[in-house]
Design a protein around this ligand. Structure first.
Ligand code: SI3
Length: 289
């Protein structure tokens, strides 16, 4: 379960329908070209929170079929509808997913006891492993070291996807929990996570730039931080441009230029402005994507 995991993008048509063939191509591209160690299915990058339950199940099924046991699969099942989270967790478990993951429940200011109940319910009902998905910038949920201590007491909680810039907390977690998996969540900060000893990383840009992410992680593990920095700088030149142009839309346009039917983003994400296509073309050639 270690290494670089692509947070799988999902291709949609203009009506918000999943483009199944495009999704299969996307999975192949991640496994065959980016050589990722695993896929994080139905995360933020998969536009998960905008899909129907049936669509989420379709993505889990298609990813499992297309992967056919090649790389590790993590199913993100989190939802503020706990019944949906459990239903998805059972479905992904039956499909053989290696672990579940769930975003902290968001929108309402849930107490920590409620958050803990949410994770325990998903774990008990599915009998699968759980990776906490902590992304305070989007959920507003910042958990303390003591709250992680509490969640980590459950042996089914095998780790955390740490999409946070709080490197003090990351260091404390790493020192205390050598037995838990810690995944870095911000691709542009991968090197700092890698220096702190994360086990891996989960990110959206790995769909197109997974090979560089693998290099950053392994160079840090070998102690060659200076070379890792060189690659992080190139990576961040790319990510900066992508964030300026619009994250998920641009990733999909890049993939289309490399022959993948990556579709469009779900509304209300705005459509990609075709005036910017020339900039995308330049990224593909400059960064050899
Ligand atoms: O699917 C997912 O859950 C993710 O991709 C999470 C991951 O942490 C990404 N975060 C979001 C909100 O997309 C990052 O990979 C992020 O896109 C990247 O670092 C660019 O900021």
């Amino acid at each position: 379960m270690k290494g670089i995991f692509s947070a799988l993008l999902v291709p949609f048509d203009e009506n918000g329908t999943i483009k199944e063939q495009g999704l299969r191509e996307m999975i192949r591209q991640n496994i065959d070209k980016q050589k990722v160690d695993g896929l994080y299915v139905n995360g933020s990058s998969g536009e998960n929170f905008m899909m129907t339950t049936e669509q989420k199940k379709d993505v889990f099924r298609i990813a499992s079929e297309e992967n056919n046991g090649q790389v590790k699969l993590i199913a993100q099942v989190g939802s503020i509808n706990l019944h949906e989270a459990v239903d998805l967790g059972k479905y992904a478990t039956e499909l053989g997913y290696d672990s579940l993951s769930a975003v902290t429940p968001f929108y309402y200011p849930f107490s920590f006891e409620e958050i803990k109940y949410y994770y325990e319910t998903i774990i008990n009902e599915t009998n699968n492993k759980m990776i906490i998905y902590a992304i305070p910038a989007l959920t507003g949920v910042s958990m303390s070291l003591h709250q992680f201590d509490d969640l980590f007491q459950n042996e089914k909680v095998i780790g955390v996807k740490f999409t946070d810039g709080n490197f003090y907390l990351l260091e404390r977690l790493r020192k205390k929990y050598s037995n838990k998996l810690i995944y870095s969540g911000f691709d542009e900060m991968l090197i700092y996570g890698a220096i702190s000893g994360v086990d891996g990383a989960i990110g959206s840009t790995f769909n197109i730039n997974g090979k560089r992410a693998k290099q950053i992680l392994s160079l840090c593990q070998e102690g060659n931080v200076s070379k890792a920095y060189d690659i992080q700088h190139v990576t961040n030149d790319l990510i900066e441009e992508i964030l300026d142009l619009g994250l998920y839309q641009t990733l999909k346009e890049i993939l289309k230029m490399t022959g993948i039917d990556a579709g469009v983003c779900k509304e209300p994400f705005e459509a990609f402005n075709p005036d910017k296509l020339e900039k995308v073309r330049k990224l593909v050639s400059t960064f050899d994507l």
